[in-house]
Design a protein. Structure first.
Length: 337
């Protein structure tokens, strides 16, 4: 039997990878050539394998440590590594300052630059950047309507939104987005729509009154289940968003909606493509079903895979780059003399 190295195996395309991990109270290390996480059970240590070639993102929560060897193997496999607080949310020990996830992208300077070159051709033009933001918002609305209308899994969990109200809401939002004159107007409409979606989702699950608690609010100590799940699920979406940007070689700072100078703004832009469609309804459905965080996370991961959310993110980024970042026609008149 011929021996082979792990590097000889073909890497699974990021858009087809099936695993997204959130880990806490464990150690991540390399054991026998495999990346594993170790948990304590009494006097025993239990080792669990992480199939890195089929993993997009690893989120490390509270009580975790990772070895240099493990980071090296994750980077070689192109896995996005993120450090966050408990439950995947950005708060650490109730601190007043809101801390975002610290993303550690794999370091490879040999990725193709095609999409980056297209992206920067339009990014410095305010009008084209606004157009890109509108394309993102349009894609977001289409995705939201598809999933809320057609998800069998949501219906089985009792998520039954008023489809006529949803249709009217999306139609109104699409019109407002098309007429937005600047990024501020577009973000205002995005916030208005999301607030209405919270109300619609609460009604669809008979959740009762709901108020979105801001991260860093003192009231987060007694946060309700839907708010907890929204925070947790959103950071799963951020992990996929960061992966999509890294795969195409587009820096996270080149945002189209969340501000020209916001660190990691493009990750938030890309995550927004699927947050309201996939994470939001599952948060309310899981809250009403009494799911714990592990069950909620599993439902989210299944939905993200089933809806091919990472594929959708990558395709939207590619379409935006290629549509708006076409090279300017070169003026050859001076060479005709």
């Amino acid at each position: 039997m011929q021996d082979f190295n792990p590097s000889d195996l073909k890497t699974v395309l990021h858009s087809k990878r099936a695993n997204l991990y959130y880990l806490e109270h464990c150690r991540v290390l390399v054991n026998g050539g495999r990346v594993e996480y170790v948990t304590e059970q009494g006097k025993q240590q239990l080792y669990w394998n992480i199939p890195i070639a089929n993993t997009t993102t690893v989120l490390l929560g509270t009580g975790t440590s990772i070895t240099q060897a493990a980071v090296r193997e994750l980077a070689k496999a192109g896995v996005m590594l993120g450090f966050c607080g408990g439950g995947g949310t950005p708060l650490f020990a109730g601190a007043e300052q809101v801390l975002e996830v610290a993303w550690m992208p794999p370091q490879s300077e040999y990725r193709p630059t095609e999409y980056l070159q297209h992206w920067v051709r339009f990014w410095f033009d305010d009008g084209l950047r606004l157009q890109a933001a509108k394309q993102f918002q349009h894609a977001r609305l289409v995705r939201l309507q598809q999933h809320w209308n057609g998800s069998k899994a949501l219906k089985e969990q009792g998520f039954t939104p008023d489809l006529a109200t949803l249709e009217a809401l999306l139609r109104s939002s699409a019109s407002a987005q098309a007429q937005a004159v600047d990024h501020t107007a577009l973000m205002t409409e995005e916030a208005r729509l999301t607030k209405q979606l919270y109300r619609l989702a609460a009604g669809a699950t008979r959740y009762g009154d709901f108020t979105r608690v801001k991260r860093g609010d003192p009231a987060t100590e007694n946060i309700d289940a839907a708010n907890k799940f929204l925070d947790h699920g959103n950071y799963l979406a951020y992990g996929l968003g960061a992966t999509a940007c890294w795969v195409l070689g587009i820096p996270h700072g080149l945002a189209v909606l969340h501000g020209k100078t916001r660190r990691g703004g493009l990750v938030f832009d890309v995550a927004d493509l699927i947050k309201d469609a996939v994470i939001l309804p599952q948060a309310f459905a899981s809250a009403m079903k009494g799911h714990d965080e592990q069950e909620f996370r599993q439902r989210c991961v299944e939905a993200l895979i089933r809806t091919e959310s990472l594929d959708f993110m990558i395709d939207t980024l590619k379409a935006t780059a290629l549509t708006l970042g076409q090279p300017m026609a070169t003026n050859t008149a001076h060479g005709a003399a």
